[in-house]
Unconditional design. Structure first.
Lengths: 469, 469
């Protein structure tokens, strides 16, 4: 790594090298996980580069290739798995200056990778009355490029599935890291090579996304005495084809009362809730359906969107997905979380009864290949890595999936196998392995045995840890 | 029945009493069924009344009550079950003069009952870029009131389910048949009392319907060598949450070649097809998905929408739902059809292998309580009533539902049980039983045993048949 040569080759492209600021930009929300916090706390880049255009990105990647500088791309740094943390140092590629919406059509939008999702929606709503199909709970901060590279789904996934479902990304423009970087337009099946690859095999600089009709979504909180009743209701509601919903999230007591301070005036501590976003033309049907299912409507944003102190409540999506955990961490920094999937209510019930308040349940109803499933983001009252592993094992032994959010590699956080297409494309697009090193086990350690039960450790990270110690 | 008094009470409300024209307006598409054709061929009203307003309808129903005149409401008469046929004579209530769109909002539309659905969509598209969630294949003729009173679902039901799903009708205005008819606004749970009640318990005069975003739907015909492969593909396609579709209909060979003349230049006789309507932003994903599943794209309206003679093809929806059968009947008047539901591909396969070309399959993929199911509208090569009953029995014995389209009563065509809420409401809204007599068994014959295997016969119809003979 020749940082002096690299910096000289950047010309007038803005950089930042103040160590404190570089460290800030080297971090994401990895601290959700006590395990990642311990592993990654020392991680920092050497500098931050802030390209303003595709041409700038080409210049940066040519220089990286020439001077062997690792490049870790960053959107808003709202990921939770160290996706955007520079395990081998080098340069952060901060795409915040590339934030323009480039083209809006009635059914699609094209934007630069650094465009912030809520701002994209503001523009498309004004232009064509449409919005992105789904977004993470970090909607007001997250960038479209970061979401595609490091995310999977979110608010809207109950209707549209996830980012990796065919049709949910229409096209990407990427830049490769070669002697002469190529700018490639990616469409069709090739999109899957780049989505959720953490930027390991090409830098996403533009994305074209399908739009859905925009509504002034009504936010509704429904209360239940029993958490399992709230899940039964949520599943049945998700199956109501005539009720247009963007979000359905059951959250078990005492999480809502204990962690959602702004909701306290309409909640009891022993109440479980379902957080809902519904289209205005479906509110009446939702109300009727809710009364049939014995749910109590505790809050409706179309009736009152203020808290007891008369302040406007935060958007309901900022109580869902990873924000549920975030609000918990603000109250109790000892908790952590898991990412799970329960194929049926029976699976969910079994695990819930088994773990009780050690793992207060938080479910996101999602569509997965056309079926409605319970995606879990349960809170875990953390007592150590060993017990956490045991909880994961309990899930797996009972037919429930775990996507481990306490791992920084693509494979260990995901399907525990190599994505051959992603790997093959990395060989073409990043022959020196400079893009986000240490995130794709298959690149560094092709023979790693995922059945070994061993956690993989990136060698470069071990060195960096020794250096810092 | 005092027709003279009735006519005098109508004032200046337009009527028609030329017997040929009255007979025309007394018929729907009952002739799809050889059984209904034999039963109902003699049915005719005494006159047709054509109200121009809610006030006119009130006047007509007050007169009907006073002079004991049966009233059978009619939209465009595109139903197939004799829904709109006056089994006890009296007056047809033709709502064609009440065809105004009353109010358009971004997410809903309110129209008079006689508004033609395609025209409603033209207005809402122009005003707010939105359209009805679904419509029958008779879109260009059918009225919204007729659809609600006598229909169930159609093009769009693969996404939104059916009319009786909560949220798919927002409100109705109806007129009761009493000494002083009441004009009632119906919302919430009460809507289910009126939907698919054939106008037996109130005359629908206005409807408020939710809108979905309008797209320039791309029409695609995909070919398969094996019908079951086309169904496997269709089911998997319906489960692609990221691909926005409005219609998926697998049709078994030789139906497409034999009955869809305008499609012949791109079809082989032994090819089964899937008829698809897809949003423009999902065409690329559909194409990719189709190639993964070994389907051959035979036609795309965004590439060419002309037949071999250079004429514009009819809209693809006029090859689906009841139009498939209609096109068949034009070529071979001896065929008929059934309405079925196959819970899984295995059920469908079993029946298909059992009946083969005696019952060429035609499937409509629909959502039913959140699940994707195979709704069937198979062609039946008719050899008599006895064999038809046997085919129905074969379905039921193998766990497949049949909604018998060869029956004119609500119960026998539907769930073979009384809808208590519909019946209770009829007692309030039509105490003399003048609205569409003979369609609700529970009214005329509360003790009828649906398990008897007997077909119910409306006494008034028997009288009318004797009168005509």
């Amino acid at each position: 790594m020749d940082l002096t040569g690299f910096r000289a080759a950047l010309g007038d492209i803005p950089i930042e090298d103040h160590p404190k600021l570089v460290q800030q930009k080297s971090r994401d929300h990895y601290w959700y996980s006590p395990i990642l916090k311990a592993q990654l706390d020392q991680v920092t880049a050497d500098l931050v580069v802030m390209p303003r255009s595709v041409e700038d990105v080409v210049t940066v990647l040519a220089a990286a290739y020439k001077f062997d500088v690792p490049i870790t791309p960053r959107g808003a740094g709202t990921g939770n798995y160290g996706q955007a943390m520079p395990l081998a140092g080098g340069a952060m590629l901060d795409l915040k200056n590339m934030d323009k919406v480039l083209e809006i059509k009635p059914d699609r939008v094209r934007a630069e990778a650094g465009a912030i999702m809520v701002k994209m929606d503001e523009e498309t709503k004004a232009a064509v009355g449409a919005e992105l199909r789904f977004h993470p709970s970090t909607y007001r901060m997250a960038t479209i490029g970061g979401f595609i590279a490091g995310g999977s789904g979110g608010i809207g996934s109950v209707r549209w599935g996830g980012l990796r479902n065919l049709g949910n990304i229409l096209g990407l423009k990427i830049v490769t890291c070669e002697e002469t970087p190529r700018v490639l337009d990616i469409a069709g099946a090739d999109i899957m090579k780049l989505a959720h690859a953490y930027g390991t095999n090409g830098i996403i600089v533009e994305a074209e996304m399908p739009l859905a009709p925009a509504y002034d979504w009504v936010e509704v909180v429904v209360g239940f005495d029993e958490f399992l009743d709230s899940c039964r209701y949520a599943e049945a509601l998700a199956g109501q084809d005539g009720i247009l919903l963007k979000e359905i999230s059951p959250v078990a007591a005492p999480v809502p009362y204990d962690y959602f301070g702004r909701y306290r005036d309409f909640l009891r501590q022993d109440q479980s809730v379902v957080l809902i976003m519904v289209a205005p033309n479906s509110v009446d049907a939702l109300t009727l359906f809710t009364s049939h299912h014995g749910g109590e409507i505790l809050h409706r944003s179309d009736v009152n969107d203020l808290d007891a102190a008369g302040r406007k409540l935060p958007p309901i999506y900022e109580f869902t997905w990873n924000h549920t955990t975030l609000r918990g961490l603000k109250i109790d920094s000892t908790i952590t979380y898991l990412q799970t999937q329960y194929p049926t209510l029976e699976h969910l019930e079994k695990i819930h009864r088994m773990l009780g308040d050690e793992m207060p349940m938080h479910i996101e109803m999602t569509r997965f290949d056309g079926r409605i499933v319970f995606s879990g983001l349960p809170i875990v009252r953390y007592t150590g890595e060993e017990r956490l592993e045991e909880i994961i094992r309990l899930h797996e032994e009972n037919g429930c999936l775990v996507f481990n959010p306490h791992r920084y590699t693509l494979e260990e956080g995901g399907m525990k196998q190599t994505d051959r297409a992603q790997l093959a494309f990395k060989k073409e697009a990043d022959p020196k392995g400079l893009l986000n090193p240490g995130k794709m086990i298959a690149w560094d350690d092709p023979d790693f045995d995922f059945d070994s039960g061993r956690v993989w450790l990136f060698a470069g990270l071990a060195e960096q840890a020794r250096g810092a110690a």
